[in-house]
Ligand binder design. Structure first.
Ligand SMILES: Nc1ncnc2c1ncn2[C@@H]1O[C@H](COP(=O)(O)OP(=O)(O)OP(=O)(O)O)[C@@H](O)[C@H]1O
Ligand SMILES: [Mg+2]
Length: 258
């Protein structure tokens, strides 16, 4: 990709990941510029989730997982020698959204307070105002303002996912990782999330894993195509989709295999 290193928020360099000695990602390198969205696309089992989760060291908890190479966040190698002691701070700065919305079975506002309660002491009014601001960013506030104390499980799937994104925003992450955030949602709920991603991009860098080619085209600035653990092509989304260099990517985009 075509940016100078000072504009790079996430720099993945020669990363190889394995589970129990079996490689899942091979020698992957990728730069994600600040305030952009990068889509990870590719068939099932090709390593997208593994690499995504490596960006906030979530795989550390998986037995038998090993990673070589480096991942720099704003110039700092998160797999450097003393980096393990900063993992908690790293995760605070990187929001993660999963395929299935995962609100806690408690009130909507309580869900919103959960991430910041552990890290800040502050007045309830401050928490409340921040929660309202983030719910507005997620386009959710108007839909639920009269039932903020009701359980989050009373929300629709799309609303739950927007709540999870709003909740992640409470910590003001500069980087957000999304693993197929819309795959359980209907098209309208999907569009609402895509609109939000475009809004969030003004101040954040994001990676989104998606099997939805239209979605990758609509929201991302850059796209990385994975195949059997390797990044086969990466570049500006328009180039990747409209001028694929490999037959493999061309076939994948045309839906010849999935
Ligand atoms: N916890 C794990 N233990 C062992 N192997 C794993 C684990 N997680 C993933 N793998 C293996 O690593 C490879 C890459 O999996 P990964 O989940 O990263 O693929 P993916 O591209 O996200 O696939 P999908 O599109 O189906 O979500 C696969 O062969 C998978 O079986
Ligand atoms: Mg996956």
């Amino acid at each position: 990709m075509d940016n100078t290193s000072k504009n790079i928020a996430i720099r993945i360099k020669n990363v190889t990941c394995s589970y129990g000695g079996k490689p899942a990602v091979r020698n992957a390198s990728l730069d994600v510029p600040q305030n952009s969205i990068c889509a990870f696309i590719g068939p099932s089992g090709c390593g997208k989730t593994t690499l995504l989760r490596s960006v906030n060291r979530l795989n550390d908890l998986t037995e038998g997982f090993a990673l070589s190479g480096s991942i720099e966040i704003n110039g700092e190698n998160i797999y450097g020698n003393d980096a393990a002691s900063h993992v908690e701070a790293l995760r605070r700065n990187i929001g993660m959204i999963f395929q299935q919305p995962n609100p806690l079975p408690t009130g909507i506002l309580k869900n919103m307070y959960m991430p910041i309660k552990a890290h800040y002491t502050g007045e309830k009014k401050y928490f409340y105002e921040k929660a309202v601001e983030k719910l507005k960013t997620a386009g959710l506030y108007d839909e639920i303002e009269h039932r903020l104390d009701r359980t989050a499980l009373s929300l629709s799937g799309g609303q739950q996912q927007r709540l999870c994104i709003a909740r992640a925003l409470m910590l003001e992450p500069k980087i957000m990782l999304f693993d197929e955030p819309c795959s359980a949602l209907d098209p309208i709920a999907t569009y609402k999330i895509e609109d939000m991603l475009l809004e969030l991009k003004k101040e954040r860098t994001m990676i989104i894993v998606t099997h939805n080619m239209e979605q990758a085209r609509r929201v991302s600035d850059y796209t990385a195509f994975f195949y059997q653990g390797e990044i086969v092509e990466a570049g500006r989304t328009n180039d990747v989709f409209f001028n694929p260099k490999t037959e493999l990517l061309d076939q994948y985009i045309r839906g010849r295999f999935s």
